[in-house]
Design a protein. Structure first.
Lengths: 344, 268, 267
């Protein structure tokens, strides 16, 4: 299968503070991953993990500070420096689109839905007609389309706006759609609807998704490949088996923090990873997760773990995760949870 | 009957004042520049609705023409200033970089010197013709407006719909004009009316100091006359121009507030 | 046992451009002492309006059309501002979603506590505050007291916020969407913390949330709101397994579908 997007050791550094007192914030700190055609690649992380920044870099809205990003085999620096033929440049631009988290601010409040949807066609000088617009709206479930075309974003509900945002990304039938927390701002029942819509559209148009989210439960239904990020780095990556056999302690803790709505949850003790993630400007030595990790030892404090293979299509960045080979997976996982519960 | 809201009232009143200014020739009973010493310092009467000043000029006619001058100067200089401010603000806010910084430093220079002193000095150096006055006020009004526009642009350009436009491949000029500019309109309109108010005040101040164009009666000039007139009991020379000036300025200030209030889009 | 809070036929509307939009329609429920009640609903269901009505923080264009909110026998809706001040913070406390924006950034935490004590005419008991912070698992409470709110991490700030709400021993604690928009691990921390509060303090709680998972993890009883109406009331078991209203049933089934891949975790 083709690799559509290849991220190689990408870093992105921002500076905050005044002229004389600039502090670097390493939003993305050495991330590598591959997005394969036809698959849904989920990037999981919490705030501060760098996932949104990574999304913008992959969508070619921002340039990485270091590292390389290859899109459809073309180096992104050539794209940004306008070193490509305009055909190739436009081809790339058309084929990677992005849907943002906040349906309240991703649509220009002063534009009608019609204008928002015709924009992609206009920018790329592609002919369109009324039928195309109506089909787009029908595709995303906004029927009858006439009811929506001449409205303004504030006249639509959150779920409806998000559908418009998806329609806009879909307009030019891109190969890849990057979705940055597409359901985080939506109500429960709408989340389910939007996810169903995304699945349907993927089949219908042979799309490849990069889905960024912190909402673990929804991801389990839709992911093919998963990359887990913590504090700007990849800590684990695999395919969807990761939800059954996570190896990195953070992944294990994260999955166990989900508050499941079932009758047992009232009596079941709630697990939460103790401590807080490091603040964006703090300098961390060794593994960023070590202050909160039950397996942490000297090597974890001194040495940053490398992302390495631990199985077929499974990479982990941890010094200690080999223990699962020794005693078996269940014992490994249970002992981690036990140690955590003692820490709390 | 549709409920009267304050914006409508404001706009209507301003409009009325505008009509008065436009039709000054028809509304004013006398030629304001006409001085008849035998009618000097007459209190308000049937002949002179607002009385006359020390030089026998009809105050009412002067006020009517004064409204016209104020509006003329106000609207022209504000429009020029805002046009400049929008272009400079958009460019320096969106593109940033060296040009953006340089432009803002230039604006800072303008802002650090007392505006009114500069205006007086410039008007004195050039001749006090109406076109000069308009230009001078405009030139000294754009910096502050440009800063405001720039900061709006800075915050709007981080909004997701701008990023979405970039992701679609829109060019910078397209983004500036189609995505960012429409969202700055409430601020721009509000700034415009605010500058009008400021310009009217400045124009009257220039008139008060005797620096106005003699062919364009200024409310300030009548206030200058009032300085002496009140000592001999001519309260009408002070009262009517002052009230008019205050109404004009308040009206535009109020309009500025209401415009921002009403036009800012509801974001949900 | 007399109920702690009794809401009777509460009906609240918002005046929008001259038209009355009803946010809460004829809602009645009771809360007993030491009980945790979760009010679950989606945006626009009216759940936040109920919370605001209880603490008297409704916006200007809100109109209480009808109803009573009886707290230990007193009708909260009929309180005058100076009477209301006696209750808020001392008998009834509320915590919100984002702690940082609700704490004065220019005041040290210790002084924020001091202000609270003074506002209610109670002597400042710093030992009590330290003890409370320790109970809430705040490491190094002394240092936290001497910090400014912006220097605290998200989790720490939420604990301080909860401490502020509990320090004067209220009988009722309202948590308005305390976990929305938070990261998963922080959500878990906050819910865990609230559970501990429930176990260690004698306080009745009303938890407003749109997340059924959060509700079932902590509540004794769940109320489901839809479009301003109370459509379901029952224990978590009842609501999840035997929903009576159509809306609840569809909400539960779409939640189940969302959580399908997660349900199998049992550890």
């Amino acid at each position: 299968m083709d690799v559509l997007i290849e991220v190689n050791n990408v870093r992105k550094v921002y500076y905050i503070g005044s002229l004389l007192n600039r502090k670097p914030v390493k939003a993305v700190d050495g991330v590598s991953l591959k997005v394969e055609e036809g698959r849904t690649h989920c990037i999981v992380g919490e705030s501060g993990s760098g996932k949104s920044t990574l999304a913008r870099i992959m969508a070619l809205i921002e340039e990485p500070t270091a590292g390389s990003l290859k899109v459809f085999g073309v180096d992104s620096t050539k794209y940004f420096r306008r070193g490509l033929s305009s055909d190739l440049h436009n081809f790339i631009r058309k084929n990677i689109q992005i849907v943002f988290q906040d349906p309240y601010s991703s649509l220009n409040p002063r534009k009608k839905i019609r204008d928002i949807l015709t924009k992609p066609f206009k920018v790329h000088k592609i002919n369109y007609n009324e039928y195309d617009l109506r089909k787009l709206l029908i595709d995303v479930g906004l029927e009858p389309p006439e009811d929506y075309l001449d409205k303004y974003p504030h006249q639509l509900s959150g779920g409806e706006r998000q559908r418009v945002a998806i329609a806009r990304a879909l307009a030019l039938l891109p190969k890849v759609i990057i979705l940055d927390e597409p359901t985080a701002a939506l109500d429960m029942s709408i989340k389910a609807q939007i996810l169903d819509l995304l699945v349907k559209l993927k089949k219908q148009y042979n799309l490849t998704y990069v889905l960024i989210s912190h909402e673990v439960p929804i991801l389990t239904n839709i992911c093919d490949d998963v990359t887990v990020m913590y504090y700007g780095k990849v800590v684990e990556s695999s395919d969807c088996r990761i939800f059954k056999t996570p190896l990195h302690p953070y992944t294990i803790g994260l999955l166990n923090s989900v508050l499941i709505p079932n009758p047992e949850s009232r009596t079941r003790s709630i697990f939460a990873i103790p401590g807080d993630p490091p603040s964006s400007t703090s300098i961390v030595s060794g593994c960023a997760f070590n202050p909160r990790c039950p397996l942490s030892s000297e090597v974890c404090v001194k040495c940053e773990p490398e992302l390495r293979d631990v199985g077929v299509n499974h990479k982990v960045a941890c010094h200690k995760c080999d223990q699962h080979v020794i005693g078996g997976y269940e014992e490994y996982r249970d002992s981690i949870m036990r140690m955590w519960r003692e820490m709390m | 009957m549709r409920r009267l809201n304050s914006l409508t009232v404001c706009v209507v009143l301003t409009f009325l004042l505008g009509i008065v200014g436009l039709l000054a020739d028809q509304v004013a009973p006398y030629d304001p520049l006409n001085t008849r010493m035998f009618r000097a310092l007459q209190p308000p009467s049937n002949v002179n609705l607002m009385g006359t000043d020390q030089l026998g000029r009809d105050v009412f006619s002067w006020v009517v023409y004064g409204i016209r001058t104020s509006l003329l100067v106000g609207l022209s200089s504000a429009t020029i200033a805002v046009a400049l401010a929008v272009i400079i603000g958009l460019l320096s806010g969106y593109k940033g970089g060296i040009i953006g910084n340089v432009l803002m430093r230039v604006a800072d220079v303008f802002l650090s010197i007392p505006r009114f002193m500069l205006i007086i000095v410039t008007v004195v150096l050039l001749s006090p013709r109406i076109s000069n006055i308009i230009l001078v006020i405009a030139i000294f009004s754009w910096p502050e407006a440009a800063r405001v526009v720039r900061s709006e642009v800075l915050s709007i350009k981080e909004r997701e719909y701008v990023m979405a436009a970039k992701a679609l491949g829109s060019r910078d000029l397209d983004i500036m004009i189609n995505e960012i500019l429409p969202n700055t309109i409430p601020t721009i309109l509000s700034l415009w009316t605010l500058i009008i108010a400021e310009a009217i005040l400045t124009e009257s101040a220039l008139g008060f100091l005797g620096l106005s164009d003699f062919n364009y009666p200024s409310l300030g000039v009548m206030l200058m006359m009032a300085k002496n007139a009140i000592f001999v009991g001519g309260w009408w020379v002070l009262l009517f121009p002052s009230i008019t000036l205050v109404i004009l300025i308040l009206m535009f200030n109020f309009l500025s507030d209401k415009l921002i209030e009403r036009l800012s889009p509801r974001l949900g | 046992m007399k109920p702690l809070l009794e809401v009777r036929e509460l009906t609240v509307a918002y005046r929008v451009k001259g038209v009355m939009k009803y946010a809460v329609k004829d809602v009645s429920f009771t809360l007993n002492e030491d009980e945790v009640l979760a009010i679950v609903g989606e945006s626009g269901s009216g759940k936040s309006t109920i919370a605001l009505s209880i603490v008297g923080a409704l916006p200007e264009n809100a109109v209480v059309v009808r109803g009573k909110i009886l707290f230990r026998g007193i009708d909260l809706l009929k309180l005058r501002p100076n009477e209301r001040r006696y209750i808020n913070g001392k008998e009834i406390s509320i915590i919100f979603q984002d702690p940082i924006t609700h704490l004065n950034p220019l005041r040290k935490v210790r002084l924020i506590f001091k202000d609270l004590f003074e506002d209610h005419g109670v002597e400042f008991n710093i030992q009590g505050v330290l003890e409370l912070l320790r109970k809430l698992k705040v490491p190094d409470p002394q240092r936290v007291l001497e910090s400014y709110p912006f220097q605290l991490s998200g989790g720490m700030a939420q604990r301080v916020f909860i401490a502020l709400a509990l320090v004067l021993n209220p009988k009722l604690l309202i948590a308005d969407e305390p976990t929305s928009a938070l990261d998963l691990t922080i959500q878990a921390q906050v819910v865990r913390l609230l559970r501990e509060v429930r176990e260690n303090f004698r306080v009745g709680m009303i938890m407003i949330t749109h997340d059924i998972g959060v509700a079932t993890s902590i509540a004794d009883r769940i109320l489901v709101m839809y479009d301003g109406e109370l459509v379901e009331e029952g224990s978590p078991d009842d609501v999840l397994l035997r929903p009576k209203s159509r809306y609840t049933a569809s909400l539960v089934s779409s939640t189940k579908a969302l959580y399908k891949g997660v349900m199998s975790w049992t550890y």
